[in-house]
Design a protein around this ligand. Structure first.
Ligand SMILES: NC(=O)c1ccc[n+]([C@@H]2O[C@H](COP(=O)([O-])OP(=O)(O)OC[C@H]3O[C@@H](n4cnc5c(N)ncnc54)[C@H](O)[C@@H]3O)[C@@H](O)[C@H]2O)c1
Length: 386
């Protein structure tokens, strides 16, 4: 099968792991990269042996590029992806699919009209941890799911991220930044959400970038703030609590926060699924691996389930590979635009419910993506040794 030729737009912080994976995985051939910062694109291309460093415009027009991997900041996801489609290319976005529902809907509609594909992160739900949990539920190990509890509780990324401003702009915040992992994992496990309610608040009007954030203050445009610290204006809620009613009848609660210094949440298992026959502890949906724990009603102790396949390490790009293979074979890809549009409806729904004191009903009800077969793909990279 001929590999699908991929060009990346946006080669910032997260691009490194995508490049590592795409250069290792079958079915994809990374041929070009671009960034509004052209020096950055040239530097990454030289360092990672990517054949072409192009301007954004050149990459969009390059007839060799079949699939654009859009790793820009959230506010650019919608506009860049739409341009990719308009230039006849399939597109796979980092999450969220777009920052407004209208932009996300336009993307999915435009792709359908043009016979092109839209994919979107996260693809962590294809990793061994989440797929093991999926299999446990599908095999009935906890009976019928009743409810879910999920929480991402943290202080914001201004202490470590080299470009943290976007986390506090429209399209950022903990729900649109981290919620995609949780809502996508819950949809993969329990099916789509039929009704959303909740509350959201911003706890501060500005966020100070810690002086410990050396990568931030190393940036030429920030060195003037290196003594006093830089304040980012906050344009988004930073603490959300949502209630998700699933079509299946299960009820979930999801808290996402950038306002919390300390908590007693179990980072190794931030999602719990309750069923009529027992309880499942689900690993971090921001990771590919992790252990799944099961305790049935008559068990004395928790037991660890054996992981079902080999993608245990950071495998960002697995969803791109799955989409590329789908492009060649006609199979449905799993990290789809429809799934990401649903996640966006649910996440934005929590804020709307809070602001308008009402329930929000998502318009989309995507099918659960097919479980990943154990022998379908395997990680070609050698296992990491500690
Ligand atoms: N950093 C992480 O740990 C992480 C993890 C998972 C997902 N993500 C997601 O990946 C995306 C990128 O995150 P990041 O941390 O790499 O951010 P970043 O700011 O480090 O990198 C973004 C890059 O996109 C470029 N860019 C911005 N707008 C552009 C445009 N209109 N056209 C072309 N290039 C443009 C920037 O110059 C920059 O190089 C975000 O959506 C983020 O939510 C990040």
């Amino acid at each position: 099968m001929e590999a699908v030729r991929v060009g990346i737009i946006g080669v910032g912080n997260i691009s490194g792991i995508y490049i590592e994976c795409l250069q290792a995985f079958a079915g994809v051939d990374l041929i070009a990269c671009a960034d509004i910062d052209q020096d950055r694109a040239r530097g990454v291309a030289a360092e990672k042996s990517i054949p072409k460093a192009l301007s954004v415009e050149e990459l969009l027009k390059d007839s060799d590029v079949e699939l654009v991997l859009n790793l820009t900041i959230p506010a650019a996801h919608g506009p860049v992806a739409l341009q990719a489609l308009e230039n006849g290319k399939h597109v796979y976005n980092e999450k969220p699919l777009a920052v407004s529902l209208a932009d996300a809907q336009a993307l999915v509609a435009s792709a359908a009209e043009k016979g092109l594909r839209v994919g979107c992160a996260p693809d962590t739900f294809l990793g061994s941890g989440q797929q093991t949990a999926r299999r446990a539920i599908d095999d009935g190990l906890i009976g019928t799911p009743i409810g879910a509890q999920a929480a991402f509780l943290a202080h914001g990324p201004e202490d470590w991220h080299p470009n943290p401003d976007f986390f506090y702009q429209n399209g950022g915040g903990p729900m649109l930044d981290m919620g995609p992992y949780y809502v996508t994992a819950l949809t993969n496990l329990l099916g789509p959400v039929k009704r959303v309610s909740g509350s959201a608040r911003a706890s501060q009007t500005t966020r100070k970038v810690s002086l410990k954030n050396e990568r931030y203050y190393a940036r030429a445009d920030r060195s003037g703030f290196a003594e006093t610290g830089y304040e980012i204006p906050v344009e988004t809620p930073t603490h959300y609590v949502g209630v998700l009613d699933f079509e299946s009848g299960a009820i979930g609660d999801l808290c996402t926060s950038f306002d919390i210094w300390h908590h007693r949440n179990d980072w190794a298992h931030p999602i719990t699924i309750y069923g009529t026959e027992g309880t499942l502890l689900v690993p971090d949906p921001n990771n590919f691996g992790g252990e799944v724990k099961l305790k049935r009603h008559d068990d004395e102790d928790w037991r660890t389930l054996e992981n079902v396949h080999t993608f245990n390490e950071n495998s960002r790009g697995l969803g791109v590979m799955d989409m590329a293979i789908g492009i060649r074979t006609g199979a449905k890809h799993r990290a789809s635009g429809e799934l990401a549009l649903h996640a966006l409806e649910v996440m934005l729904g929590v804020r709307t419910a809070s602001e308008e004191s009402r329930y929000v009903t998502p318009t989309t009800q995507p099918e659960r993506p097919a479980a990943l077969g154990v022998d379908e793909y395997s990680d070609p990279r050698p296992p990491k040794v500690d």
